[in-house]
Design a protein around this ligand. Structure first.
Ligand code: NAD
Length: 255
């Protein structure tokens, strides 16, 4: 019997088998959870379908978090397929490449709105749409990055969006706490994925971690998956509103 046997997990954010959400999905599944997976659009559906088959997903669904009707639709799908569920994984973000490669001061209004809407508001929208479908003791897990609190050249508007995501996590934790729903973030170190490839200087960040992080190695999707299991399970019953770092310890270093 696994730590998550009998639990149902809705995972948003798989683009391919490099996605952090895929590492999390495999870890949840390995501990006995039933899973359902989202894809952004038809193009990504082709990539997500075989992965869903690999873990025996209960269902897959299309979800573009910029579209209001998709929030209503996912609520209806969950209601019909599961009724109630236990684990919500938010592993998605978007920042326009043009706003990442230039000077921060030149961030466009549209780029700012889009990054914050997709990367931060979506967590609030999903919790609101699904709050009555979450079981007592449900766990919401969102993915963030240290660029929310420290300046990383090239992370730019995504740092602002992640700060909004982390603050939203705290307000959601307070709001949903009386319903016994926990809301936490995992702050992962840099990992090679589709989204990360849009951040200039990724190669350099990876090298710095190998040289300077306490553990002298980069983290993997599986490392993040392990922490997601902890946050999803009874082992973290008393933990909410937190940002847990899974970054080989680099965040504690002065430089
Ligand atoms: P990824 O490209 O595999 O995943 C990003 C996902 O966001 C994709 O599945 C994409 O379809 C989805 N997405 C983008 N726009 C969307 C929209 N409008 N509606 C619904 N989904 C949308 O990359 P990843 O690195 O696995 O990213 C997952 C999460 O982890 C993100 O929040 C990212 O910021 C965070 N993160 C990544 C790293 C890293 O170095 N890779 C580090 C820390 C945090």
């Amino acid at each position: 019997m696994g730590l998550l046997t009998g639990k149902k997990a809705l995972v948003l954010g798989i683009a391919n088998d490099m996605s952090i959400a895929w590492g999390i999905t495999k870890a949840l599944k390995a501990e006995g959870a039933q899973v359902a997976l989202s894809y952004l659009n038809e193009n990504l559906q082709k990539r997500v379908e075989p992965l869903a088959a690999e873990v025996g997903a209960d269902f897959i669904f299309e979800m573009d978090v910029t579209i209001d009707e998709h929030y209503e639709r996912i609520q209806k799908i969950v209601e019909e397929k599961w009724g109630k569920f236990d684990i919500l994984v938010h592993s998605l973000a978007f920042g326009d490449k043009n706003d990442l490669k230039g000077r921060f001061v030149e961030t466009s209004r549209n780029g700012f709105k889009m990054a914050c809407d997709i990367s931060a508001f979506s967590l609030i929208g999903l919790c609101n749409a699904l709050k009555n479908n979450m079981n007592d003791d449900a766990s919401v897990i969102a993915m963030t990055y240290h660029g929310s609190v420290k300046v990383l050249k090239g992370y730019n508007v995504m740092g602002v969006a992640k700060a909004a995501l982390e603050a939203s996590t705290r307000y959601l934790a307070d709001d949903l706490g009386p319903q016994n729903i926990r809301v936490n973030c995992i702050s992962a170190g840099p990992i090679r994925t589709l989204a990360a490839s849009a951040v200039p200087g990724l190669k350099d960040f990876l090298k710095v971690i190998e040289e300077k992080a306490p553990l002298r190695k980069n983290v993997t999707q599986d490392d993040v998956g392990g922490t997601a299991v902890y946050l999803a399970s009874r082992l973290s019953h008393g933990v909410t509103g937190q940002v847990l770092y899974v970054d080989s310890g680099i965040n504690i270093m002065a430089q």
